[in-house]
Design a protein. Structure first.
Length: 139
């Protein structure tokens, strides 16, 4: 069994953003040389997410609106976490809903997705450098 590790780094201009990282993950699979196995992709920050879904702008906008309705950023005083001087309690909650990681099968050296599936990095407290881990294991 072989393994391969790579990091992706992001620094979004806005507080929230959704970035399709499928091509970057596939490039890591290519570099790994692994033909059959599993690919883990996870956000290494507690205010960001990695998830799999459709790359459709309406859906991405719907996610953003839905998440902001569930855990609105303002007023920041509504969250006990923000009593520490932070203003990102909502980002922690959004990450909890969207998840920490995604796992995809690797078959024939390719990410093995269903129709329309893509991997996304979801940022909920941006404007600073954050990383995503890619870990691929297999043969």
């Amino acid at each position: 069994m072989k393994s391969y590790r790579e990091e992706l780094w992001f620094n979004t201009r806005e507080r929230r953003g959704y970035i399709n990282i499928t091509d970057q993950v596939q490039k890591a699979v290519d570099k790994s040389g692994i033909q059959e196995g599993l690919c883990l992709v996870n956000a290494m920050h507690i205010t960001a997410s990695v998830y799999i879904n459709d790359d459709e702008s309406g859906l991405i906008g719907d996610y953003d609106k839905w998440l902001e309705g569930l855990a609105p950023h303002a007023p920041v005083e509504q969250y006990r976490h923000n009593d520490t001087g932070e203003d990102n309690a909502d980002a922690h909650m959004k990450r909890q809903i969207m998840g920490r990681e995604a796992v995809a099968a690797v078959t024939g050296g390719r990410l093995d997705f269903g129709p329309w599936e893509q991997i996304f990095y979801g940022e909920f407290d941006g404007r600073r450098k954050k990383r995503v881990l890619i870990k691929i294991i297999g043969e």
